[in-house]
Design a protein around this ligand. Structure first.
Ligand code: NDP
Length: 485
């Protein structure tokens, strides 16, 4: 026997007799604790929120597919890239970084660009940004950096002193700060921006030969940005502007598309390239390593339920599939731990079993129990390894490729300290109008800094990238330009 289809039920499946009036002792009497439907309704409501992401809290997502358009099998054995025409379903989440879950979309901030490919050999997550570089290059600095982007513990306001103090004392941030303050710092929509894997990864082919790889997703909609003024107006009028725009575009059949390219670096070049290719504050020059087309990504379906599909989506840069591996990038190495760990805390130990995260190829392992284990928990199958009962076993052909390491175990910085050339290269490739807006954006952002020495230190960094760049910012702030490079 079952409930009538349209009967409202409690979570334990019993029909609810009254969902409009709580049960009271007499019509004016106090509410009765025996109205268990009321108790459950209020208690569940109290628990509707999971902790918001500590970064990338505000986001929008969409389903789609990836299609291979060029044969890259000589570089990687990744099954989803194995033949031209092959399509793989995927889910993408775009986001801002620093704001809370309800914050405005059109702020100046990098945008998260996270892709989950549901491949036949497990999920592959590429958890990138709309910028090819990052502010820092060692994960040990990440909590401090994010503290400066979040609210001041006393005022509960954003704190320009903290933001610029950290950047001025971490000059490796200069390249990303320049991108952030340029026109690309506020995309017009989520559809009009590029995506980048940012880190260097390793691709391995069937023969076990490895290359280093960087990913580029180029928008087919063209790059479009918002000026600071328009963005500020939109933030007031419609804080969910980007979320709404993406949803409406897809709903109306205007399916956004990105062409996906890689740069490939032969393994041995990493030892001799003019800077460390694992340093995430640097790009690889397109002239040295030209873009190679791989495929296209199309977003063609909106989520049916935001919480189930977007809020509960859990991306990890450590979700690799055979043929794709980590590089020694120190920022990536930290993220390999931090993302999955954040999801264990935020969504739960068994977050990978949720429909949005579950590999479509299935999973067979010896993980058991944990909060919210809502499949059959392995049933009566063997629950340890090795075993003599035919349980799933490792496949040696899927071992990671070895690579040589040398030196002493120590806490050491990257040995390359040129934080200036690439930031300057970017400044120099901008048009005069773009430079003017870049300088204005920086001047406006730095004006509220009250500690003079922070401004002076930061202006010196801009000056080192390009004397004109530094001089114009110094002038805008009413400071004298540095006299030397
Ligand atoms: P290239 O001339 O080969 O590359 C220039 C790249 O700069 C373009 O391909 C484009 O990247 C990007 N770009 C163009 N206009 C703007 C803009 N207004 N704001 C931000 N980025 C822009 O030279 P290099 O490879 O030597 O790079 C020079 C500088 O370009 C770098 O220092 C870096 O700041 C920037 N850049 C480089 C990228 C790379 O992967 N090499 C990627 C993005 C920026 P895209 O086609 O990806 O939009």
């Amino acid at each position: 026997m079952s409930n009538k289809k349209n009967n409202l039920t409690t979570s334990w499946g019993a029909p609810v007799g009254d969902n409009q009036n709580s049960m009271t002792a007499g019509s004016r009497g106090p509410t009765l604790i025996q109205d268990v439907h009321l108790l459950e309704k209020l208690a569940h409501f109290n628990r509707e929120r999971v902790p918001e992401r500590v970064v990338h809290a505000k986001g929008a997502g969409a389903h789609g597919y990836f299609e291979v358009t060029n044969d890259v099998a000589k570089y990687t054995k990744a099954n989803f890239l194995s033949e031209v025409g092959k399509r793989t379903p995927l889910f993408v989440r775009f986001s801002t970084v620093a704001g809370e879950n309800g914050s405005a979309d059109t702020v100046r901030d990098p945008r998260g660009f996270a892709v989950k490919f549901y491949t036949e050999e497990g999920n592959y997550d590429l958890v990138g940004n709309n910028t090819p570089v990052f502010f820092i290059r060692d994960a040990i600095k990440f909590p401090d950096f994010i503290h400066t982007q979040k609210r001041d513990p006393k005022t509960h306001l954003k704190n320009p002193n903290a933001i610029w103090d950290f950047w001025s004392l971490s000059p490796e941030s200069l390249h990303q700060v320049t991108i952030l303050m340029s026109d690309r710092g506020i995309p017009a929509t989520y559809r009009h921006m590029n995506g980048y894997g940012s880190h260097t990864f390793k691709w391995v082919n069937e023969q076990g030969e490895a290359v280093w790889v960087k990913y580029h997703f180029k928008t087919e909609q063209g790059i479009k940005n918002l000026t600071s003024d328009v963005a500020a107006k939109l933030a007031g009028e419609n804080p969910d502007y980007h979320t709404e725009e993406l949803f409406n575009a897809i709903e109306s059949g205007d399916h956004p598309e990105w062409k996906v390219y890689v740069q490939i670096m032969p393994e041995e070049d990493a030892n001799t390239y003019r800077f460390d290719p694992f340093d995430v504050t640097k790009v690889w020059s397109h002239k040295d390593y030209p873009l190679i087309e791989v495929g296209r990504m199309v977003l063609d379906r909106n989520p049916e339920n935001y919480f189930a599909e977007v809020e509960q989506a859990t991306f990890s840069p450590g979700a690799f599939v055979p043929g794709i591996e980590a590089s020694p990038d120190k920022m990536l190495q930290g993220r390999l731990f931090a993302y999955a760990d954040a999801h264990r805390y935020r969504v739960g130990t068994n977050h990978n079993h949720l429909p949005i995260n579950r590999p479509k190829s299935g999973y067979h392992n010896y993980q058991r129990d944990g909060q919210m284990r809502f499949d059959n928990n392995g049933g009566d199958s063997v629950y340890y390894e090795p075993n003599s009962f035919g349980g799933p076993a490792e496949s040696h052909e899927n071992k990671q490729t070895p690579y040589s390491v040398s030196g002493e175990a120590d806490s050491v910085a990257y040995d390359h300290h040129d934080h200036y050339t690439q930031a300057g290269d970017l400044y120099r490739l901008l048009s005069e109008d773009e430079r003017t807006r870049l300088v204005q954006n920086i001047v406006e952002a730095m004006k509220p800094v009250t500690k003079e020495e922070i401004k002076i230190k930061q202006v010196q960094h801009f000056y080192k990238a390009d004397p004109e760049y530094g001089t114009r910012i110094a002038e805008g702030l009413g400071l004298s330009a540095p006299q030397e490079v």
